[in-house]
Design a protein around this ligand. Structure first.
Ligand SMILES: O=C(O)CC1=CCC(=O)O1
Length: 262
């Protein structure tokens, strides 16, 4: 557990392994989650893969919820954190809005990026109307009022039936995010479209999506992969929007050889 002052806020992060490791993966998490969602994947990785985990602005133990922020802030935080930790180049793996942040990182600091892993993401997610409606709902009635609908998109019906305690835990994780930080992140997603960035990506890129993802459906993510020169696209079976929680073995089995390949 480590903290740093980054761009005027406290950022919570964890470096597991060696900052100079060749196989270093920086994970960026999704809306309504903190970095613990990646731990089931970390458990599957072998010793020569090091990881940097962090809570994005307005989420988890990272500050910044009290002032409005946008995508530029989220991208700048990641860049500043990587510089703070002393990482010269790494594989960046982002889930959903974390994947958008990684696209923004590529746009601003391609020198930092060895490879990209984009999970359940796209250059533009959802419609402006839907994000504005979600923001208004959270302002009026809090995160609990949208929690059931979000869980339907995050996890498959099998997960809902068979992993009742885990479902309750991840629902709590979502509801414990500061509502203002959650809403600023919704606004950042609403106001971002990196469609023109994808064709500029020149590093090896792996794009994955859960076959039952209710937030970024497979067709959307496949279309995103199609805009990235040479990108590999893979579907994770029996999985909703959060493969690192629902199918960590499948995600790790794709991630690990991709990261370790020279
Ligand atoms: O909450 C959702 O609908 C899922 C999601 C969309 C963007 C993100 O990061 O998570």
């Amino acid at each position: 557990m480590a903290f740093a002052t980054i761009n005027g806020i406290t950022v919570h992060y964890e470096l597991l392994g060696d900052v100079d490791a060749k196989n270093l993966v920086v994970f960026s998490n999704s809306l309504g989650t903190d970095f613990r969602i990646w731990l089931p994947v970390f458990d599957e990785l072998v010793d020569d893969v090091s990881v940097l985990l962090y809570d994005s602005r307005g989420h988890g133990l990272t500050g910044g919820a009290d002032k409005p922020f946008g995508m530029d802030d989220l991208v700048d935080d990641l860049i500043a954190l990587v510089d703070h930790v002393g990482i010269k180049r790494a594989v960046f793996c982002g889930l959903s809005v974390g994947g958008i942040i990684c696209q923004g990182l590529w746009k601003k600091r391609p020198d930092l990026v060895r490879k990209l892993v984009l999970c359940d993401t796209a250059p533009k997610i959802g419609t402006a109307e839907a994000w504005s409606a979600r923001i208004e709902a959270v302002k009026a009635n809090g995160l609990e009022s949208i929690a059931d609908a979000v869980m339907e998109r995050w996890f498959t019906p099998d997960f809902h039936q068979e992993r009742v305690e885990d479902l309750a835990g991840y629902r709590l994780m979502m509801m414990r995010q500061p509502a203002e930080g959650y809403n600023s992140t919704c606004g950042a997603i609403r106001d971002t479209d990196f469609s023109d960035v994808l064709p500029t990506i020149t590093v090896p890129t792996l794009v994955v999506v859960g076959d039952q993802d209710g937030s970024t459906p497979p067709e959307l993510v496949k279309a995103a992969a199609g805009r990235i020169p040479g990108a590999r696209f893979e579907i994770i079976e029996g999985c909703g929007h959060i493969p690192c929680v629902e199918q960590p073995e499948q995600l790790a089995a794709l991630l690990q050889p991709f990261v370790r390949k020279a």
